[in-house]
Design a protein around this ligand. Sequence first.
Ligand code: CTP
Length: 473
Amino acid sequence: MQNLKNKLKHPIFQCISQTSERLGIDAYVVGGFVRDIFLLRDNHDIDIVVLGNGIDFALAVAEQLGIAAKNVAYFKNYGTAMFHYKGAEIEFVGARKESYSHHSRNPHVEAGSLQDDQNRRDFTINAMAISLMPDSYGELIDPFHGLEDIKSKTIRTPLDPEITFSDDPLRIMRAIRFATQLHFSVHSDTFSGMQRAAHRIDIISKERIVEELNKILLSSKPSIGFLLMDKCDILPRILPWIAQLKGVEVIDGHGHKEIFYHTMEVTDKVAMHTNNLWLIWAALLHDVGKPATKKYVKDIGWTFHQHEYIGSKMVVKIFRSLKLPLNEKMDYVKKLVALHLRPIALVEDEVTDSAVRRLLFDAGDDIDDLMLLCEADITSKQQAKVIRYLHNFEIVREKLKEIEEKDRIRNFQPPISGELIMQTFNLPPCQEVGTIKNAIREAILDGIIENQYEPSYQFMLKEAEKLGLTPKK
Ligand code: CTP
């Protein structure tokens, strides 16, 4: 039997071992922490199972460590307790036999053995335990051969998948998330179980689904997860807007680009270059407006007119529906979706200073993220086209740098304030003030005047004159 004593470096384990001996209660470390020992991943979430009352045991360990009882959080209904100690979050629970009611996730809990506890875990790789009792300290208890599944990179349920997924349908998402994060395959029996249980994902809260989705998006190749979600048919249930991107319509022998696979490519490319979750969401949603705007125009072909605008409006609906934050994160995703064609439109035409200035003005500090998204969006199969676009992109980047250094448009603050216009012409707040301010901004963006006080002031005087205004004496 494998002994993992030397992997239990955190001081909490010795303390749990002593408490276990003192109280005569068996204790084990289980789940993700054990799995991650073998995957060589850092894990600071330590789950402890005891054959007794988890809360009492946690309080006894806390007392031994000098942690006040008020710093132990516990949930009587679930029999769990948690506290933080030396950089780790340690959760205690009494081993249980568990059955879930069919319509909700609230489990009916009954005390059980370690084997019962391992039976009710999601996957074999998460169902391993290590003994913390002094006489068997460090011994691995692996009844479902989780270690072999780690070696063969397999996600598999310990019990009949029917039972495991019906106990908690969120596990369908967890299987996909682990497969994506770890580059593991889902065992075919387990996958069939996921397909059969797919409809039950509807009972899971949006927040918990999104937590898994975010982990998928933050992995090195999110498309693995999305293709699995599609294959087991939960994609239309949780992200219908993305499922609708699938397929190619053909009219007069002309098909359009497959949007779902294109979206996957773009999302992967962006995820490869950033850990910014919201930028990856923007990549996922950048073409979400295409199905609604798709049109076949004779002699022209397929068009998706204004899909960026419709898509950016859909972002609000999607964020609301998924209970994603309706704050500046959403505004950022909206903005990137709305602007995602702008850099490419720039390179298709001649790259003028004024177009670059306007892009800088509209994108502000998010210009670099927008450029990353837009560059990832170039996925044509025609290699020559891709090379030409990427080359033109370099020109845009150069121009962006040059103009930013010269004109400082990125976080544009008008050199002439509305206040100053009112003072100069003795005006109350009125339409004329806005007209003059806009004219100055436009002149700066068009490169007619420089983004500086003096030329802007002179320009203001001229604009005011056109409106019949004269400076007060
Ligand atoms: N678990 C489960 N079913 C779930 C959630 C969790 O059986 N729906 C079990 C698994 O044994 C898992 C453990 O509870 O290993 C801890 O779950 P959690 O902390 O959510 O995830 P980890 O597996 O630790 O993975 P990660 O830290 O990557 O989220």
